[in-house]
Design a protein around this ligand. Structure first.
Ligand code: UDP
Ligand code: MG
Length: 311
C-alpha cells in the first residue's frame, strides 16, 4: 500500500501522554483523508510506554512500533523513525503534545505547494520556565551565529520533510546528531510555519539542563569549527600581548620602575595561559572524541523489536 504521510513520535517515558497523542494525531490524520502511518519509537522507556505502544499496534495497523534496546536519546529515536518511515512526507512530532497535531495539516498544505522542508516555528510558548525560555532562546541565537548552516531560530524538530530530503538524511550517519541542523544543511525548498507551542500535556521534561547542554555542543561541533578557531584567536592574542609587553617592560625596568616586579604578576600570567591552554585542549578533545566515536563505527541504535516489512 502506498503511504502518503509518516508521522514519527519519539517516546521516552510518556505513558500518560500516549493515549491522548494517539487520539489527537489519529483524528487529524484521518480527517485529512490520505493514507498514513504512525511510527512510535520507544527510546528505552521504563514506565510501561513500550507495552502501551505494542498494545496500540496490535489494535491498529497504522501504528508501527520501533522498540529500542535501551535509551539512545531523542535525536537517535528520530533517526530510527526516518529509517522505518515509508511515506512520501515524513513528519516529526514530540510525544508530549507540545506540538499540536492539528498543525500537521498546515505543514502538509505547504508541502502540497511544493516546499520540501516545512519547519514549525515556535511563536509563543506556554507553560515553560523563564530559565528554559531564556536558555532556549540563547541556544537558537548562538547556533545561528556560529554554525556554518543557517538553522532557523526558534524551531524544534517538529517539521515535515519530503521523501527526497529524508533519503538524503538517511545517508548522513554521524553519531552526534542535530536533526534540525541536518535538515537545514541539505538545502531544498524550505519554509517555516508559525505555531503556538503548548504546555506539556502530562509528565515532566526529559531535557534537563545537562542534556540541553550536550545538544548545544553537538550542534556547535557538528556544524562548525568555531571553538577551534577561538583557541587560535586566543593564541594569537596572547602572543601579540607578550610581544608588545617585552619592550614596554624592558624600557620601564631600564628607567628604574619597580612596576613589574614580584611573583604575583608571573603567577597570574602563568595561570591565565595555563587555563587557556587546558581549555583549548578540552575543546580539541571534544572533536577528537567525536572522531573516535565515528571511527568505531558502532550501530547508531539497537532495536529489540521493529516492523519487518521494510527498512
Ligand atoms: N525523548 C526521547 N528520548 C530522550 C529524551 C526525550 O525520545 O532521551 C522524547 C520525549 O519523549 C518527547 C521528545 O523527545 O517526545 C521531546 O522531549 P521533551 O518534551 O522532554 O523535551 P522539551 O520539550 O522539554 O524540550
Ligand atoms: Mg516537550
Amino acid at each position: 500500500m502506498k503511504i502518503t504521510y509518516s508521522v514519527i513520535a519519539p517516546i521516552y517515558n510518556e505513558i500518560d501522554n500516549l493515549p491522548e497523542l494517539y487520539r489527537r494525531v489519529k483524528e487529524v490524520m484521518d480527517s485529512n483523508g490520505e493514507s498514513w502511518e504512525f511510527i512510535l519509537v520507544d527510546d528505552g522507556s521504563t514506565d510501561g510506554s513500550m507495552d502501551a505502544i505494542l498494545e496500540l499496534a496490535a489494535k491498529d495497523k497504522t501504528v508501527r512500533p520501533v522498540i529500542f534496546a535501551r535509551n539512545f536519546g531523542h535525536q537517535v529515536a528520530i533517526t530510527a523513525g526516518w529509517d522505518y518511515a515509508r511515506g512520501d512526507a515524513v513528519v516529526i512530532i514530540d510525544a508530549d503534545l507540545q506540538d499540536p497535531p492539528e498543525v500537521i495539516l498546515d505543514l502538509a498544505k505547504k508541502w502540497k505547494e511544493g516546499y520540501e522542508v516545512v519547519y514549525a516555528v515556535r511563536g509563543e510558548r506556554e507553560g515553560e520556565s523563564w530559565f528554559k525560555l531564556w536558555t532556549a532562546s540563547l541556544f537558537y541565537r548562538l547556533i545561528y551565529r556560529i554554525t556554518d548552516v543557517k538553522i532557523p531560530v526558534d524551531t524544534g524538530d517538529f517539521r515535515l520533510m519530503d521523501r527526497r530530503v529524508v533519503n538524503v538524511l538517511k545517508q548522513m550517519k554521524e553519531r552526534h546528531r542535530f536533526p534540525r541542523g541536518m535538515s537545514a544543511w541539505v538545502g531544498f525548498k524550505q519554509i517555516g510555519v508559525t505555531y503556538k507551542r503548548a504546555a506539556r500535556h502530562a509528565g515532566v521534561t526529559k531535557y534537563p539542563f545537562k542534556k540541553m547542554f550536550r545538544l548545544a555542543i553537538n550542534a556547535i561541533t557538528g556544524f562548525s569549527y568555531f571553538p577551534l578557531q577561538v583557541a587560535t584567536f586566543f593564541g594569537f592574542f596572547s602572543a601579540g600581548v607578550s610581544i608588545l609587553a617585552i619592550p614596554v617592560v624592558a624600557i620601564l625596568r631600564l628607567a628604574g620602575s619597580h612596576f613589574f616586579e614580584g611573583q604575583a604578576t608571573t603567577l597570574i600570567s602563568v595561570l591565565f595561559l595555563g587555563g587557556v591552554q587546558l581549555i583549548s585542549l578540552g575543546i580539541l578533545g571534544e572533536y577528537v572524541g567525536r572522531l573516535y566515536d565515528e571511527a568505531k563505527g558502532r550501530p547508531l541504535y539497537i532495536v529489540r523489536e521493529a516492523p519487518e516489512d521494510n527498512k
